[in-house]
Design a protein around this ligand. Structure first.
Ligand SMILES: C[S@@+](CC[C@H](N)C(=O)[O-])C[C@H]1O[C@@H](n2cnc3c(N)ncnc32)[C@H](O)[C@@H]1O
Length: 487
């Protein structure tokens, strides 16, 4: 290491780079160990010195991923902090099902999932209680994610569980415990850096969450970035959804308009339910018909009253005048941006058949306040009025993916690509869908297409229909999926 600077100073420069690019932060107690890990990573990379290693690191995603994986602590085990899981069963689940109906598919996200123990614990819990679920695990460490996908553990991962636990849910081979496929296939793992502005994301299935577990993660993140993360979590929760952090994590109450709930198991956070949404949800639970009329009550004569099921057809609204339409859209966009989904629904509702922008805002708001099933039914029916809208069909495909209707999602995604083959994010969704249908070769083809298409763009270019996802980031996600497919 021939440099005028001390190795620890050079290592600190690299750590500062990681703080800026990945948001990783190292407390004084961990700094020495982190410096040693950087020096070790430099030696492993056969670089002449830390300067050379730093230059390589800036241009090599593989080296960066390897270093991040070394520096982040991936300690986890099944049913860690058991009382949090108890809270899910005793309070959160009954609350959400009451709000969204017994048939609701619970949407949960383990953010900073390490090797998958937390996400799989939730999968096991939901299996035990017969709850349908849409489960995602994400992490910044590709190595941790690879282990999560493989789902092979050692006995230490069950340290807080009785002997029966491993016997029921794992197949033992030598010292290794293989998670049974029926649980393994319930969770999808994704690369996601929490400090980046890449969530909520409809296209990646990370939105309208009922439960977010982000435990023992924020403690490693630069404190200056915590307020933004708290806000992004707030936006990613459905109304009435819960965020659970660990007791050692920073408090989030002051950073976003959560309801803070103090329990014996810790302080947790809930996204409040607006009064109007409550009315919507109750009306959905009472009637299974998908249309909600939020207009102020009107007086009808008997002859005007028609069957409810035909309500949308019998209330044709003349197309709005251009200036009026503009006003409606501006208002709707404002209320959507402020998270007032109930108001957005009431503003857009009358214009959904004529105006595609209103229609999309309406569907997004519906999915955030009602159930995915409900939004999917609406998207399907609105697809007839807007048959050439790629946005609408893509949203419909995403909702189908959320519901696990993979075959129908495949058909719908192909329809979107038929209308516009240049949509990179749709090729990505196609890859995910092929993967879920066990069509490995087609999945590889789709992800390779994504890589090739992204290569031709500047890394910071925002992709159409991709919720702010950039070409650089999507290329990285595609690479991650390709590696996972190669196993
Ligand atoms: C100690 S583990 C926590 C695992 C699990 N949540 C639990 O409580 O058992 C911390 C995890 O956070 C991940 N992590 C750290 N910084 C992150 C970031 N900026 N974005 C996403 N994940 C991150 C690490 O890679 C690591 O897997």
């Amino acid at each position: 290491m021939n440099s005028q600077k001390l190795p620890s100073e050079q290592a600190d420069e690299i750590l500062e780079y990681l703080r800026q690019t990945c948001g990783l932060s190292f407390s004084s107690t961990r700094l020495k160990q982190a410096e040693e890990l950087v020096v070790q990573a430099c030696l492993n990379s056969n670089s002449a010195d830390l300067n050379v290693y730093f230059e390589k690191l800036k241009s090599s995603q593989i080296l960066l991923d390897a270093l991040v994986s070394k520096l982040t602590i991936q300690e986890s085990y099944f049913f860690r902090d058991r009382n949090h899981y108890q809270l899910v069963i005793e309070q959160i689940l009954p609350e959400i099902l009451k709000l969204r109906g017994e048939q609701h598919m619970l949407r949960a996200w383990s953010a900073g999932c390490a090797s998958g123990e937390e996400a799989y614990s939730l999968a096991i819990l939901f299996e035990q209680y017969g709850v349908k679920s849409h489960l995602i695990g994400s992490d910044i460490s590709p190595i941790a994610l690879q282990n999560a996908n493989t789902a092979v553990y050692r006995q230490w991962a069950f340290r807080q569980n009785d002997d029966n636990f491993a016997r029921i849910y794992f197949d033992k081979r030598g010292e290794d415990y293989y998670l049974k496929p029926n649980i393994r296939e319930k969770v999808r793992f994704e690369y996601l850096n929490l400090v980046q502005d890449s969530y909520p994301s409809i296209s990646r299935g990370i939105w309208a969450m009922d439960v977010i577990f982000c435990r023992n993660v924020l403690i490693y993140i630069d404190p200056q970035l915590i307020p933004k993360i708290a806000n992004r979590f707030f936006e990613t929760l459905a109304e009435g959804g819960w965020l659970l952090t660990a007791s050692s994590d920073p408090l989030l109450s002051q950073f976003a308009p959560f309801e803070s709930i103090i329990t014996a198991a810790g302080v947790f956070y809930r996204r409040p339910i607006s009064a109007v949404s409550n009315v919507i949800l109750q009306s959905i639970n009472k009637h299974s018909e998908p249309i909600i009329d939020l207009r102020p009550p009107q007086t009808f004569t008997n002859s005007q009253i028609k069957p409810k099921s035909a309500r949308r057809k019998i209330l044709p609204v003349p197309p709005a005048a251009p200036e009026q339409k503009n006003e409606v859209l501006v208002l709707a966009k404002q209320s959507f941006a402020s998270g007032d989904y109930a108001k957005t629904i009431s503003i857009t509702r009358k214009h959904i058949d004529q105006d595609i922008e209103c229609c999309l805002l309406y569907l997004r708001s519906l999915a955030n306040t009602a159930t995915v099933e409900h939004a999917e039914a609406e998207a399907r029916s609105l697809g007839i009025a807007h048959q050439f809208s790629v946005e609408l069909h893509y949203m419909h495909a995403l909702l189908l993916m959320e519901l696990g209707s993979w075959e129908e999602a495949l058909t719908t995604l192909k329809k979107v690509l038929y209308l516009d083959p240049s949509l990179i994010i749709v090729h990505f969704s196609l890859g995910v869908t092929h993967q879920r249908l066990n069509k490995k070769t087609q999945a590889e083809k789709s992800f390779s297409t994504v890589q090739k298409m992204c290569e031709g763009l500047p890394p910071q270019a925002a992709l159409p229909l991709a919720d702010g996802e950039t070409a650089g980031r999507l290329a990285k996600l595609a690479l991650f999926e390709l590696n996972a497919l190669k196993g």
